[in-house]
Structures are given as structure tokens and as C-alpha cells.
Design a protein around this ligand. Structure first.
Ligand code: ZN
Length: 340
């Protein structure tokens, strides 16, 4: 048996001229999960930015690549974590959320840690726990087009302050999915930033400008108490139950649930009672669930079947609405909160 390969590559203080000019070449150069460390003006603390937990979400990697090329001088010591490089590089570039046969990396930050993704997650948790950084931000994109928003599983002025570097919307959720933002070992605020749609140019601007502000600001949480945000508390997920099929079309299909084409335009808007969302098959609403924290199904509270269609039963705010049947089936159709 040979020596086990380290799970993470490390690169200390790369000079701007060592960073390949082309983003794809940069990722090829990293070749696998990588932690890049940079010394800061204030070495007494470290700020962490993570990205590419999902291979089809490029805005964070683009922002990191650009900042490194520019030779930016961070305010504090900095760790830049680029996780699923091989997934991102699988052709066509930035097209795979995860690779076939692998678990979703951003569902692996809780036990069991026994497969490759789990070990990668556990190793990152241990590194961050040992470091005790000042803050962690994890940069993502949504699959559908839409505006940027932040997500946190802890709620406080520091989380609001971090979110506000990137966006004015904050989702506060206590759903336990095994995502990076749920980890408590580092003892610092952790927020997820959804920079906007993966194919939207403004998402890249959100990531670049927010990350620059995050890493260059001398006092991260100055004025934190004054931050005002549009809050989405305790959203629930509309999920497809196992064994059912979902599709997305402008007309009904043979699938158990057919999302109506254009449904992602409802992202972050308020929808009225009776809003049509999807065509239902013979099994009706039995194909769907809205799980609460105790494992109950609250589907009937929020939705009802009208003339063969899934409709809202009360005014709701929806977000992360996807028209991608694969994501709808393996993750969720969308998140929802009641209108307060
Ligand atoms: Zn993601």
C-alpha cells in the first residue's frame, strides 16, 4: 500500500504571474480540490471563501481567479477553497453540479463521512476548526436565473453583515441538509451566497464585488448592527417523492408532475392564492411533499389540486424555483415561505 494522496492540494501565496490567464487553464493547473492561502495585512485572523462545491456554479471561481490575477492585497490572512475542480472541468466546462455516482458535495458536511466526498468535507471541517477563522462565505449560483441572495442557518448581526456584502436578501433556515453553512466547529459566522443564475453576467459581478469587499475591508463587522435585509425565515422545500417522475414543459406530459414552463419567473416574487405551478398526473399531489422539521408533510396547507393542476392554497413567496427536471427531482422544485 502506498502513501495516501492528500485530499486537498495547497498553494501558498501564489504571485499574480503564476496564475494562468484563462480560467479553465487555472482550474486545470489546480487539478483537484485546492486550498490557496494568502498572507494579509493583519495576520492575527483569517477570512475564508469557499466555492465550487457544485461544479456548474462558476461565479465564485471566476471572482477568485480575477482577484488573484489582479494581485489583490487582503486585509487579513485569507483561505480560498476551490472544491470540486474535476466536476467543474468535466466537459462541457461548468455543466455538472456533481459527477455521476458521487454525492452532492454540499450535502456531505454531516456524518457519515465514509465516501470520498464525505472525507473531503470532514477534512475541510477539521482544517477550519483548527483555524478558527473570522468568517466563512461559500459562493454558489442558482440553476435558474434570478437575483442574488444569502442563506444562513444561524441568525445574528454578523451573518446579516456578511450577507449584505453581496446582496440585500437573506434566507434563514434551520433545515439540516449537511451543507457547509451548517458547520459550527470553526466557531465563526458562515453564510452561503447564491450569486444569481450560473449563466447571468451580473452574478459574476456580485461574486467579484462582494468578495473584494469581504477580503479587503479592514474591520469586517463594523456597522453590522445597522444592516437592513429582506428576510425569508424558515423556508420549506417542495420535493418530489421517491419513485415519481417530473418534467418541465409548456403542456402536460406523461410525468407525475410537469412543471409549467416559465415557473421560474416566480422567483422571489409574491404569488397569490390559486397560482398554477404544474400539471399533475394520475397520482395527483401524492407525488409531492413539503416536509416539516418533525418529518410531517405540510403539502396540503400550502397547495391544492385544481382541475388537474398544482396550485397555491395561500399567498406564498417562492425562491430557487427550477425548471430543470433533474434538479427538481434530486433536490427540490423550489423553496417557499408564507407571506408575513
Ligand atoms: Zn450550489
Amino acid at each position: 500500500m502506498g502513501q495516501a494522496e492528500p485530499l486537498w492540494n495547497t498553494w501558498e501565496a501564489p504571485a499574480p504571474n503564476e496564475i494562468p490567464e484563462n480560467l479553465e487553464e487555472f482550474l486545470c493547473h489546480l487539478s483537484g480540490p485546492t486550498v490557496i492561502s494568502l498572507p494579509g495585512a493583519d495576520p492575527s485572523t483569517t477570512r475564508v471563501a469557499v466555492t465550487l462545491l457544485h461544479g456548474n456554479e462558476p461565479s465564485g471561481a471566476k471572482a477568485i481567479h480575477r482577484l488573484l490575477r489582479e494581485g489583490f492585497q487582503p486585509a487579513t490572512n485569507t483561505l480560498l477553497v476551490l472544491a470540486c475542480i474535476a466536476t467543474a472541468l468535466t466537459e462541457p466546462l461548468f455543466s455538472h453540479r456533481l459527477l455521476p455516482g458521487c454525492r452532492d458535495m454540499n450535502r456531505c458536511f454531516k456524518p457519515p463521512f465514509d465516501d470520498y466526498q464525505g472525507q473531503l468535507a470532514k477534512s475541510l471541517i477539521d482544517t477550519l476548526a483548527g483555524l478558527q477563522p473570522e468568517a466563512i462565505v461559500d459562493l454558489h449560483n442558482t440553476s435558474g436565473d434570478g437575483p442574488a441572495f444569502a442563506v444562513t442557518s444561524q441568525f445574528g448581526v454578523e451573518h446579516m453583515s456578511l450577507a449584505n456584502l453581496f446582496t440585500s436578501r437573506l434566507v434563514y433556515t434551520d433545515l439540516s441538509l449537511g451543507s457547509l453553512m451548517e458547520i459550527t466547529e470553526p466557531g465563526c459566522p458562515v453564510v452561503t451566497i447564491e450569486c444569481g443564475g450560473a449563466r447571468q453576467a451580473e452574478s459574476d459581478d456580485v461574486a467579484y464585488q462582494g468578495l473584494q469587499e469581504y477580503l479587503l475591508r479592514p474591520h469586517l463587522f463594523k456597522n453590522a448592527a445597522a444592516v437592513q435585509l429582506d428576510l425569508y425565515r424558515h423556508p420549506m422545500r417542495l420535493e418530489l417523492k421517491e419513485g415519481f417522475q417530473i418534467d418541465c414543459s409548456s403542456q402536460p406530459t406523461d410525468a407525475d408532475v410537469t412543471l409549467q414552463r416559465g415557473v421560474q419567473n416566480l422567483n422571489f416574487g409574491e404569488v397569490e392564492t390559486g397560482q398554477q405551478l404544474a400539471w399533475l398526473g394520475e397520482q395527483g399531489m401524492a407525488a409531492l411533499q413539503v416536509k416539516d422539521g418533525e418529518g410531517g408533510n405540510r403539502l396540503d396547507e400550502f397547495f391544492e389540486q385544481r382541475e388537474g393542476m398544482l396550485c397555491t392554497r395561500q399567498p406564498l413567496k417562492l425562491f430557487m424555483v427550477t425548471e430543470n427536471p433533474h434538479i427538481a427531482a434530486t433536490d427540490c422544485l423550489f423553496y417557499l415561505v408564507g407571506v408575513e
